[in-house]
Write a protein that binds this ligand. Structure first.
Ligand code: G6P
Length: 611
């Protein structure tokens, strides 16, 4: 949700800012802008559209300068337009600021400032803050104090970077609720929403915490609280490589990430599956094993695709570990004053580790005395840092806005957690656990098989690319897979799609079925197989078009379905990890054939750091 990048050093800032913004575009891509300080002047260029539009419009020669800030926007307040793009500038033109988050009391601040004679150009909340800083500077005389004084009056969330032409030797950055890191280079410093923006230049990063402010100059950086209490921060090393955040010959990040899954799943399991013992080793849970053993209830909260992973986790944990599990949207959880007991353990699932609602759910549960554990992809993310323990999924950077490899890795980690808790509670036999380990280790090969033969799925995509609606049906563990298949399709192709438990279809969606309705049915050879065949029959009786995900070319389904996609069989509990792969591919190919921007679907952002 909005990407921030800033540079101060001895090199030309603009190319690095543009490069960084392109890497941050997955956070928002409706408009972009930069502010550069040159010869005591503040130069600002902003443009609606992608970063490439900004690049075309910024006069590169005139904008040569060694300090600057850049922003790629996902609109909250004010439509995408040149005027509403960041940076926003003070009335006197000396201060520019970029912002990720929402200033909730901006209207009150704006009214007060208007009474003092200030003029507003945009419809954004951000402009209120930069003009408030301008007003505070009149009181304090210096930029840093002005930022601190202004932030004390602000309600809401922010990650900001501020520059002033009157103090052209510094960038001030501050964070509350929106991620921000400092990059420490050789005689240069960076500020960014995440490491992807600055990885070509430095791997040394400092994670800012909520309520902290940083003052960057060419030679050094200082961190303190907004109340001006100094803070010594640890420098961390970013471990991922530049190749991991590039397309590597694929047309889209999404396709690259789908194709990477045999490897990413292997990475999620590496060193964690104890085949001989029939157990899992998850060192991030070592300190909370007693809590897990005594947990009366597990609550999983998450958003979007991660929430779907949580739903699969519920089936896994209840079936194997025999612990009651509840799954809830993080956005709902925190506003309904949930009953939480100290004996509850909460798992927060989040690819980015920054989703505002999931983070708020974590804080709410912690406040109420529950134990909170994170299942995150981004190392060092806020949710990971604020959790008492947890498991990284190690899927590597996911850039495509529609989550794919993170989902399968989340499921792998939930399988490992299930294995661990089931063994700890003696809820499954060693034999069953060993079978699960073996099947887990086989997953990468099974997925590889699906990925080697995609032309069949592509041809199905061609046939249905002009459909207006899709229905996805699944039962048991594969009901959340149906939800995820539908979500993938609507996110990137803008086709309306619904996921439904197959047996519920007759209570409503069946009314939608006619010869124009494609119905994707997940029909693995498991305990629900016969029932799902009846559901397929119900669809066919109403002339629906059935695309069935199956484990072999069983003549019963073959004679009913219009198309079958065969995927290798695994044990029931792991089947979602395999069955979702053709659904990701189907959505991908349909979106490409419809000419949609697969990696940057309209209105979406990868990391939603506002409510
Ligand atoms: C956004 C993304 C989704 C993602 C969801 C949760 O909506 O577009 O792909 O599933 O946020 O994100 P998280 O990082 O918490 O898993």
């Amino acid at each position: 949700m909005c990407g921030i990048v800033g540079y101060i050093g001895s090199k030309n800032a603009l190319p690095m800012l543009l490069d960084g913004l392109k890497r941050l575009e997955y956070r928002g891509y409706d408009s972009a802008g930069v502010a550069i300080l040159r010869d005591g002047k503040m130069l600002v260029q902003k443009k609606v559209g992608k970063v490439s539009e900004l690049e075309k419009n910024v006069p590169q020669k005139d904008f040569e300068g060694t300090i600057g800030i850049g922003h790629t926007r996902w609109a909250t307040h004010g439509e995408p337009s040149d005027i509403n793009s960041h940076p926003h500038t003070s009335n006197d033109g000396t201060i520019s600021m970029i912002h990720n988050g929402i200033i909730e009391n901006y209207q009150a601040i704006k009214t007060k400032l208007e009474k003092l004679g200030y003029k507003f150009k945009s419809a954004t909340d951000t402009e209120a803050l930069v003009i408030l800083i301008e007003e505070m500077k009149k009181v304090s005389g210096d930029l840093e104090t002005a930022v601190r004084l202004a932030l004390r009056q602000v309600e809401g969330t922010y990650g900001i970077a501020v520059v002033s032409s009157q103090e052209p030797d510094k960038i001030i950055a501050a964070r509350k609720g929106s991620p921000l890191i400092i990059g420490v280079g050789d005689d240069e410093h960076f500020v960014a929403s995440d490491a992807a923006a600055i990885i070509p230049y430095t791997r040394q990063v400092v994670y800012l915490e909520d309520g902290e402010i940083a003052v960057l100059s060419r030679q050094k950086f200082e961190t303190k609280t907004i109340d001006n209490v100094g803070k010594v921060k640890q420098i961390h090393e970013v471990t991922f490589d530049i190749e991991e955040i590039e397309k590597g010959g694929f047309d889209h990040f999404m396709l690259k990430e789908i194709m990477e899954q045999p490897e990413t799943i292997r990475n999620s399991m590496r060193g964690r599956v104890l085949l001989e013992d029939g157990n899992a080793k998850l060192s991030g849970l070592n300190d909370v094993m007693l809590l897990l053993e005594n947990a009366q209830r597990i609550i999983i909260t998450a958003c979007g695709t991660s929430w779907h992973a949580g739903l699969v986790g519920e089936y896994m944990l209840e079936q194997y570990a025999k612990v009651p599990v509840e799954v809830e949207y993080a956005s709902e959880f925190r506003y309904r004053n949930p009953i939480i007991k100290p004996t509850d353990v909460l798992f927060l699932i989040s690819q980015s580790g920054e989703t505002a609602d999931t983070l708020a759910a974590l804080r709410e549960a912690k406040k109420k005395g529950a134990s909170v554990l994170g299942v995150c992809n981004v190392v060092g993310s806020t949710i990971a840092r604020e959790s008492q323990g947890g498991v990284y999924i190690h899927a590597g950077p996911e850039i495509g806005v529609a989550s794919t490899k993170a989902f399968t890795s989340q499921l792998v980690v939930l399988s490992l957690v299930t294995l661990l808790i089931s063994r700890q509670r003696n809820a499954i036999s060693v034999e069953t656990a060993k079978i699960m380990c073996k099947e887990m280790l086989d997953l990468p090969n099974k997925i590889q098989k699906i990925l080697e033969e995609t032309s069949h799925i592509e041809s199905i995509a061609e046939e249905f690319k002009d459909s207006n609606n899709f229905l996805y049906l699944g039962r048991g563990l594969n009901f959340p897979v149906a939800l995820e298949g539908a979500l993938k399709l609507k996110e990137i192709s803008y086709i309306h799609a619904e996921g439904y438990p197959a047996a519920e279809m007759k209570h409503g969606p069946i009314a939608l079925i006619d010869e124009n309705m494609p119905v994707v049915v997940i029909a693995p050879k498991d305990s629900t197989y016969d029932k799902i065949i009846s559901n397929i029959q119900e669809v066919k009786a109403r002339k629906g078009k059935v695309i069935a995900i199956v484990n072999d070319d069983d003549p019963r389904i073959k004679s009913l379905a219009d198309h079958i996609i065969i995927v290798p069989q695994t044990i029931d509990i792991l089947s979602p990890i395999v069955n979702v792969i053709p659904l990701q591919l189907l959505a991908y190919y349909i979106a490409v054939k419809r000419g949609c921007n697969v990696d940057q679907p309209r209105n979406l952002a990868k990391s939603v750091t506002v409510e």
